[in-house]
Design a protein around this ligand. Structure first.
Ligand SMILES: Cc1cc2nc3c(=O)[nH]c(=O)nc-3n(C[C@H](O)[C@H](O)[C@H](O)COP(=O)(O)OP(=O)(O)OC[C@H]3O[C@@H](n4cnc5c(N)ncnc54)[C@H](O)[C@@H]3O)c2cc1C
Length: 325
């Protein structure tokens, strides 16, 4: 059985968890196995039926008022008890901030290996094989598992989420035995960024700016582009973040977020290896840079050698025109 941890944020299931669930269904079908989902927290039961259409034939609901806010130790403890009881062969998490925190804790408790941030999963001769970028995306490692359950975190926006109509499943409530002592630290409040901005790791289009943007107020120009483009978010290089022009939550790269949007637009970003580590798996990359030798052009599908400040205003007008038609 494939077990998929499904993450809830603001009362909604995260899209990346639905992607992990869909991938579990595709791979489980090849091994003629079932997929079960897990919902963990407080008042999450009503979300269970959504998981049926993405492939879960059973959804375990683990509720406890002590788990209302995310707690690394408390959630890992609750999941550990469930895994010991239901004995899955494979466990998937999405490689979100929470997934990357929780999956290694669970793996350590179980004493098994974990393949993190996977971008490909296949079944070869009945065994699971995963591919994960290493050395800041310079190489790809193919991983085979020797321990069981086989655990992997899946990079968001890489695996398509596929739902089907009239899917049915069963919700199984499990008692969660967690003591106050086991909930060692807990998220009390999540402070949101400006307005209704989408998280950079979840957006289909990312409009990103680097040192070439030159000032805080110029990021407002990029923000305007995200308001025109559907499902888009604002990204940034570390140089822009370090300059204090934009918050760290927007940083893309080795010490920021790893993202795979359909379209990545880089304005005034040179394309340092640490930046490429976070965005080179984007489906399409457009780069605007006044330096024709900028390394970003090596990974770009479309490149414009020019001044971004001259290019953005007509681009904005054209996008407005095209998207309103
Ligand atoms: C351990 C470590 C971790 C790191 N992690 C990250 C990370 O997570 N993310 C990250 O981004 N970096 C990271 N870095 C930093 C990285 O090495 C680079 O310093 C950084 O990415 C550079 O940012 P940049 O491209 O915005 O700036 P620059 O390299 O200075 O490039 C600015 C670009 O803007 C262009 N430009 C300037 N003006 C204009 C204009 N008017 N029109 C068009 N183009 C213009 C220039 O030609 C230039 O190519 C890390 C470094 C280390 C050592």
């Amino acid at each position: 059985m494939f077990l998929v941890y499904t993450e809830v944020r603001d009362g909604k299931i995260k899209k990346s968890s639905l992607e992990a669930l869909s991938e579990a269904r595709r791979r489980a079908q090849e091994r003629d196995e079932e997929v079960h989902g897990v919902l963990l927290g407080h008042n999450v039961e009503e979300l269970a039926s959504q998981l049926y259409s993405y492939g879960a034939s059973q959804v375990y609901v683990l509720e406890n008022s002590l788990l209302q806010g995310y707690s690394s130790s408390g959630y890992a403890q609750a999941l550990h008890s469930l895994v010991e009881e239901v004995n899955p062969e494979v466990i998937f998490f999405s490689a979100t901030a929470m997934g990357q925190d929780l999956a290694p804790r669970l793996a350590a408790k179980l004493g098994v290996g974990l393949a993190s941030d996977c971008t490909q999963i296949s079944i070869k001769d009945g065994a699971m094989e995963v591919v994960r970028p290493i050395f800041a995306g310079k190489a790809l490692a193919t991983v085979h598992f020797k321990s069981s359950p086989q655990m992997a975190t899946l990079r968001p926006n890489v695996f398509p989420a596929e739902s089907s109509d009239n899917a049915q499943g069963e919700t199984v409530k499990k008692e969660v035995v967690v003591s106050e002592e086991q909930v060692k630290g807990q998220v009390e409040e999540v402070l949101k960024g400006k307005g209704t901005e989408i998280d950079v790791s979840e957006a289909e289009i990312v409009v990103s700016g680097g040192r070439g943007m030159k000032a805080t107020e110029n990021f407002d120009v990029l923000r305007e582009l995200t308001q025109i483009l559907p499902h888009s978010a604002l990204g940034a290089s570390r140089a822009a973040v370090d300059a204090g022009w934009i918050d760290h939550q927007h940083q893309v790269g080795q010490t920021g977020k790893t993202i795979s949007p359909v379209l990545y637009m880089a304005f005034g970003i040179s394309g340092a290896i640490q930046h490429l580590a976070g965005m080179s798996s984007s489906k399409y990359i457009i780069a605007v840079n006044k330096d024709p030798e900028a390394p970003i052009f090596k990974v770009a599908d479309f490149g414009v050698v020019g001044d971004l400040f001259e290019l953005i205003p007509p681009l904005k007008e054209e996008l407005k025109k095209q998207l309103s038609e």
